[in-house]
Design a binder for this molecule. Structure first.
Ligand SMILES: NC(=O)c1ccc[n+]([C@@H]2O[C@H](COP(=O)([O-])OP(=O)(O)OC[C@H]3O[C@@H](n4cnc5c(N)ncnc54)[C@H](O)[C@@H]3O)[C@@H](O)[C@H]2O)c1
Length: 245
């Protein structure tokens, strides 16, 4: 287990699935964790389970005002910010013909804009003292997925934003690392919803290559630890070979 004693972490989308597992893992490694989400009741209950090491805060990742408040409150409550995990996301199973403009804008707002705002506010808080940002992308950023054009595009944005931030930190001498994690099919409420609504191909792919939220959390914990000090701008697959086809 990594040693994150005394580190201050903020995890978005922490009320469910992968985000909840990341928050648990970082807290177990010694970090103080702000669990941020729009699902306030569940988020509060999960933070209470983690005890004094965790706090919950409402954060709609698409809202600039929410980000300003959340980062300021997290820094005040946890004495700064060392670790940011941009995990909040939504999926949409809709091919290109049935994706409306508002579908596209909605998914971009949460997955791409949410990650952009998180990186901007997070970097501002970390630029002097240093830190680590992990952005949760997807294998959809590597391979186009026909049933998920908007989702795939939003996760592609997360992938290239991550690399741009890593390069900016390197060029600007900012002691912050920024990496992306690309899960394959992970058993969470998100994929359970798709399995109910989706076709056989998707269901088969999911069942064949399904991982657990803890598999992703372990990669995140490594990336934010000192052991990963030389890893910056990388894209880490956690997909049990699903991406290989
Ligand atoms: N489950 C998978 O197979 C899989 C695969 C690849 C990538 N991912 C990515 O991992 C991340 C977590 O997915 P998950 O499977 O745990 O999903 P999930 O649906 O279980 O959890 C997502 C969480 O994000 C929160 N959220 C949604 N919109 C938000 C907003 N505007 N502001 C703040 N929080 C918001 C939800 O309330 C929920 O708690 C997502 O970015 C997803 O795209 C998941």
């Amino acid at each position: 287990m990594e040693n994150l004693d005394g580190k201050s972490a903020l995890v978005t989308g922490a009320a469910s699935g992968i985000g909840a597992a990341i928050a648990r893992r970082l807290a177990a490694a010694g970090a103080r964790v702000t669990m941020a989400d729009i699902a306030d009741q569940t988020g509060r209950e999960l933070a209470a389970e983690l005890g004094a090491q965790a706090r919950y805060q409402h954060l709609d990742v698409g809202s600039e005002e929410d980000w300003a408040q959340c980062v300021a409150d997290t820094c005040a409550a946890q004495n700064g910010l060392d670790i940011l995990v941009n995990n909040a996301g939504i999926a949409l199973l809709a091919d290109i013909f049935s994706t409306s403009l508002s579908d596209w804008e909605n998914i971009m707002r949460v997955n791409a804009t949410g990650c952009f705002l998180g990186c901007r506010f997070g970097l501002e808080a970390m630029r002097e003292q240093g830190g680590a940002i992990v952005n949760i992308s997807s294998i959809a950023a590597m391979a186009g997925l026909a049933p998920y054009p908007a989702y795939s595009a939003s996760k592609g944005a997360v992938r290239s934003l991550t690399k741009s931030i890593a390069a900016a930190c390197r060029d600007g001498g900012i002691p912050v690392r920024c990496n992306s994690v690309h899960p394959g099919a992970i058993d969470t409420p998100m994929t359970r919803g798709i399995r109910i609504e989706g076709g056989d191909d998707i269901e088969n792919a999911i069942v064949a290559g399904m991982g657990k939220p803890e598999d992703v959390a372990a990669m995140v914990a490594f990336l934010v630890s000192e052991d990963a000090r030389f890893i910056n701008g990388a894209e880490m697959l956690v997909d049990g070979t699903l991406c290989m086809g």
